[in-house]
Design a protein around this ligand. Structure first.
Ligand code: AQP
Length: 339
């Protein structure tokens, strides 16, 4: 039996942080052993908010290199850049034309991000979930790893595939598009800001001190952890609703040392913040060191990275081209004559 397929990606909207690693990429490293895995750098999504062209280019390259540095193995997965596959934009247009506008206006992430932008909200931001649907549906993905914040977008992709394409345009028994299912990841994967334990760690937070970047130096990590928000209590603990910072930093410590929450809770229940912070700092530096070493090698000599992206693009192009053709035929487009 062939393996089930999984698709995921990160937006190159800034330097990747430990939330992107612990909440997403580290899970993919496990998934690639079991599934036919496609991961892309979703650069077309990154321009749905105002962006800097030079930064987009360097963030795209560094995101792809970090996938490899974090353990994605090109023998087990395909890695590519979304904008290198024109089928993403093309399928997005086709899906736009069958998706009701009022489905889009309900999207919570749009409402939240639009609020931040005032009058500058782009049509692309409203359309973000349809592009995401195109990303997923193009690869006939069986499963999509999703956190809480992306569940609504996956639901939309399922509704578009099922209600707007398959039920209207299928001929005979074969569906035009595969309807993907969510792959709910392990608990505890949401990493919060270092400066506010109730707000998500995010690439686009204007305050650098809110996050630990995967490429931060030991010195920077030390400074950021030193300034991280604490509380008045002695000892670290999980699940106390009045202590979100304790929950978050202890959770990060558990994840980067690969120790269970029970073990770290026992280790840290009777130590104060002053003692805990250096322990966490060392653990972060140790866990990021191998990633940074591999990253530097990949960036110094781009040949391996270029080869991986080329192979990934070839695989992605082939698969997505077949799906796009199927959709165009179902929708009634005249086929192109190839001379
Ligand atoms: N803080 C987080 N904790 C756990 N997982 C996280 N992810 C992001 N932040 C955290 C996961 O990383 C993947 C890629 O995210 P994305 O770049 O596509 O979008 P995002 O979730 O909006 O990430 P950021 O860092 O917050 O970027 P900006 O600031 O540009 O919006 C996803 O699987 C996400 O769950």
């Amino acid at each position: 039996m062939s393996k089930k397929r999984v698709l995921s990606g990160v937006q190159p909207t800034g330097a990747l942080h430990i939330g992107n690693w612990l909440g997403a990429i580290r899970n993919w490293v496990e998934l690639q052993n079991e599934y036919d895995t496609y991961v892309c750098v979703v650069d077309l999504h990154a321009i749905t908010v105002p962006h800097n062209p030079e930064k987009l280019k360097s963030d795209t390259l560094s995101t792809a290199a970090l996938y490899l540095a974090c353990g994605m193995d090109p023998k087990k997965c395909s890695i590519f850049v979304q904008s290198h596959i024109p089928a993403h934009s093309e399928l997005c247009w086709l899906l736009n034309c069958v998706t009701p506008l009022n489905w889009m206006e309900r999207m919570i992430q749009f409402k939240e991000k639009a609020l931040k932008q005032g009058d500058n909200v782009s049509l692309g931001l409203l359309d973000y979930p349809v592009l995401m649907a195109a990303d997923i549906l193009l690869y006939d993905a069986d499963l999509v790893p999703v956190g809480e914040d992306q569940k609504q977008h996956l639901e939309l992709a399922r509704d578009i595939a099922q209600q707007r394409i398959n039920s209207r345009f299928r001929k005979g028994n074969n569906p035009v598009l595969k309807v993907p299912k969510p792959l709910i990841m392990k608990e505890g994967a949401k990493i919060m800001s270092l400066l506010n334990g109730t707000s998500k760690m995010s690439k686009s937070d204007p305050n650098e001190g809110s996050r630990i970047g995967l490429l931060d130096t030991a010195d920077t990590i030390q400074k950021k952890i030193k300034k991280a928000k604490t509380d008045q209590h002695f000892g670290l603990e999980f699940n106390n609703p009045n202590r979100p910072e304790s929950d978050n930093l202890l959770g990060i410590y558990s994840m980067v040392t690969n120790q269970s929450r029970e073990i770290v809770a026992k280790e840290c229940f009777d130590i104060g913040w002053g003692k805990f912070k250096p322990i966490l700092t060392d653990a972060l530096i140790d866990s990021l060191l191998p990633i940074q070493q591999k990253y530097n090698t990949l960036i110094e000599d781009r040949s391996e990275l270029n080869k991986v992206l080329k192979e990934g693009t070839d695989n992605a192009n082939k698969l997505s081209g077949q799906t796009l053709l199927r959709v165009k035929q179902a929708l009634g487009f005249l086929e192109r004559i190839n001379s």
